[in-house]
Design a binder for this molecule. Structure first.
Ligand code: SAM
Length: 233
């Protein structure tokens, strides 16, 4: 269970109404029962239920069951699409170990707004479900141009474009362990102006995900898998 709380030996953790409902109503835990907690910073801790109520409860941390495991330094940039498909992309990026998830507005992006809090909650759920100890931060929507203006030059970028033929595997020749990013476009793809800008950037490596045009959510999973294969650890 993810808690926004310090974790350590003997630390007591107050539960919110939703957390109490989940642990005592859904999972049927009672006083004396055990639950694994993480907060994205202190690893995973085994905690004992000290108080259980309908509206709240209290847990006491006992021992650390897992140290904090940081994912590789990978940013995942994507243009948000329809709500449920955007949720899917954030969930999969979190499961597959992106360290930071960045929704970007491109020329052909239809969404003007995102619900950052909702997407962050999806990232938390994804981390909970895969037993992770780290939760990627979901950034607010930013314009792609602005993100590129401020880009840290040492961070390499796997720029996924269906108009290209470059294979991700050739990127394996690049030094592993460098900070990387993946960029996936919107339903309408990138504009000519964006392609021209991106292909002129020294850190952007254009990559094909195969001969067919994939849906943006499929492309996200394919790109994360290819990156893992070529450059992940
Ligand atoms: N119209 C479809 C949809 O509704 O999702 C297809 C969208 S495709 C243009 C969206 C993005 O996925 C592209 O901008 C690109 O980043 C990535 N993509 C899709 N197929 C790809 C391929 N074969 N190679 C590289 N990138 C691809």
């Amino acid at each position: 269970l993810y808690v926004d709380h310090l974790l350590g030996p003997g630390q007591s953790v107050e539960l919110t109404r939703e957390q109490a409902h989940y642990l005592f109503g859904v999972m049927r835990l009672a006083v004396g029962g055990h639950v694994a907690l993480f907060n994205g910073k202190d690893g995973e801790w085994l905690a004992k239920v000290a108080e259980a109520g309908k509206k709240g409860g209290k847990l006491t941390c006992q021992t650390q069951s897992k140290p904090l495991h940081m994912p590789p330094d990978l940013w995942f940039l994507f243009a948000p699409i329809k709500k449920t498909r955007t949720d899917f992309i954030v969930e999969k990026a979190a499961e597959m170990g992106a360290a930071r998830i960045m929704p970007v507005q491109t020329q052909f992006t239809n969404s003007e707004r995102i619900r950052q809090d909702r997407l962050q909650a999806h990232a938390v759920e994804a981390a909970e479900q895969c037993g992770g100890t780290f939760v990627p931060e979901v950034a607010d929507l930013q314009r792609l141009d602005r993100v590129l203006d401020d880009w840290p030059e040492t961070r390499q970028m796997m720029f996924c474009d269906e108009a290209e033929v470059g294979s991700a595997l050739r990127l394996a020749a690049q030094e592993k362990g460098q900070p990387w990013a993946i960029l996936i476009g919107p339903e309408g793809g990138f504009s000519d102006r964006e392609r021209a800008r991106l292909s002129g950037l020294p850190y952007a490596h254009v990559v094909s995900l195969g001969p067919r045009i994939l849906r943006a959510d499929t492309a996200a999973v394919a790109a994360l898998t290819m990156w893992q294969q070529a450059l992940g650890d």
